[in-house]
Design a binder for this molecule. Structure first.
Ligand SMILES: [Fe+2]
Ligand SMILES: [Fe+2]
Length: 137
């Protein structure tokens, strides 16, 4: 069973962002499957690199959108992105030095993306299911 299951509650209504989010779920599931089946360094490392690349591409797209639309939560949103980026790079470095990627790591990413998309990205200003959060003073 996939650890990250995509559904319509994650739709922000911003097409490019929704496409990238869904692809990120797939990348997390691919990584989780590779870890479960065989923690062979090359395969897992390749999928981890793919997840890092897709995440960075997505963050670039989303941050550009947030900046262009004058999003009021830009700063705190960027902080969440930076924190995940740091975690991904730390993990990639460990993996390249021979460290094993555990199933818990894949689960962490599944939960991070589900939480971040539902709680933070949903306020991006699209036609999300959630109302935008109150404007900061
Ligand atoms: Fe985000
Ligand atoms: Fe996002």
């Amino acid at each position: 069973m996939a650890i990250a299951s995509w559904n319509s509650r994650f739709l922000t209504g911003i097409e490019i962002i929704d496409i990238q989010h869904e692809a990120l779920f797939e990348a997390v599931n691919t990584l989780a499957d590779a870890v479960k089946v065989n923690n062979a360094s090359l395969r897992v490392g390749g999928y981890l690199e793919m997840l890092v690349g897709q995440t960075q591409e997505h963050f670039t797209t989303e941050e550009r959108y947030l900046t262009e639309t004058g999003n009021r939560q830009l700063r705190s949103h960027l902080e969440e992105h930076r924190a995940l980026n740091a975690k991904l790079h730390e993990l990639l470095a460990k993996q390249k030095n021979g460290g094993l990627v555990s199933a818990d790591v894949a689960l962490f990413f599944a939960e991070w993306f589900a939480h971040h998309i539902a709680e933070v990205d949903m306020a991006n200003g699209g036609t999300g299911n959630k109302p935008a959060p109150p404007i900061e003073a």
